[in-house]
Ligand binder design. Sequence first.
Ligand code: UD1
Length: 421
Amino acid sequence: MDRIIITGGAPLSGTVTVSGAKNAALPLLAATLLSTEPVELANIPDVADVGSMLRLLQRLGTATTHLPGEPGRVVLHTPTVLDTTAPYDLVRKMRASVLVLGPLLARCGKARVSMPGGCAIGTRPIDLHLAGLERMGAVITLDGGYVDAKAPNGLAGAEIRLAQPSVGATENLLMAASLARGETTLVDAAREPEIIDLAALLNTMGACIEGAGENVIRVQGVPALHAGRHTIIADRIEAGTYAMAAAITGGSVHLRNARLEHFGAAAEKLAESGVTLEATVDGVTAAADRAGLRGCDVMTRPFPGFPTDLQAQFMALMCRADGASMITETIFENRFMHVPELARMGARITVHGGSALVRGVAELRGAPVMATDLRASVSLVLAALAARGATEINRVYHLDRGYEHLEQKLGSLGAKLERVA
Ligand code: UD1
């Protein structure tokens, strides 16, 4: 199993190109199932989760053509859906596989998708996805660990109120509603930039969606969707991660393609803790003076609040700040697995329920560490970049799920690191 060995201390500087957003690419890839015509997507990141989604689509009948000489540009074409089942072995590896449920059901009138089950960061139910589809007329049974959904006469538009603004449920329901009869209103929908990107693709394919990015989204169903072409937005979580990598090393990094408005509350919190973020013509520049980092309290919230996907990285940053920080996780119940690993590097963190009290320390020290999910793993990379001595990061496959060319990008910014097989 691969490991990454990082020798800390070098301030990062230079320019890094932010990749296409993994969390936008996954629903957009699933959305291509809604049409019999080819859909071209550009800026698809080369990460393991995208590979899993492409394999699932191929199994369902999608021809995927990578355009030669144009990395990240793929044409997806599903003239006929050959199989309406998303099997356990694929869904187990990547929860976002559940995003094929809405498109399959809307297009074929039936879908069988393995229940994703819990994961390292929490129980993560899909009840809101299922309740929404039922409101649209689907008949859903659970059988042998599978969700069996049927709508032999098609789905019908409905008013659906989400008990919480689930990103995945909003995406599944937007895709299903695009081909339903009549109008669907999603109330208390998720407002993440990835939702806006999904709606933009669907609208170029002929859907009729208004209000994406707002609390209430209205969809007028259409009988069919056609071909489309779309470029995926830059990954705001990757951008935030590199901004914090610059800050924790006292460096300055230009994040090409990043958009400051996609940082939401993370921009304010970074500013409060002493990180300068500046919008440029083609991205955002992040810089900090290591001695000027200040403790600052953060609570994770749905967009535009502080993203749960940046919580672990922010905690690593606060380990090196002057003073204390209270970091509260409100989205997932078990998202502090990085805490004991950061402690092995000399961090002082106390967890009480959903809150972690971080007391800044003068120095982090390299150690062998590992983590059990993507963002926890990358928080250890950030700590390692600032630590004295060498850190060995194990279970690198978590990083490969969501960070494109991590070693090359960090290396080009001056980090000292190598991957060992
Ligand atoms: C997406 C992101 C993930 C991010 C999360 C929150 C993708 C592929 N993944 O995950 O990186 O951390 O948003 O920003 O885009 N919930 C329910 N019932 C449901 C659905 C969700 O109770 O049917 C709860 C979840 O357990 C969680 C909260 O709602 O506590 C938010 O989850 P959700 O927004 O659905 O996250 P995902 O779409 O799975």
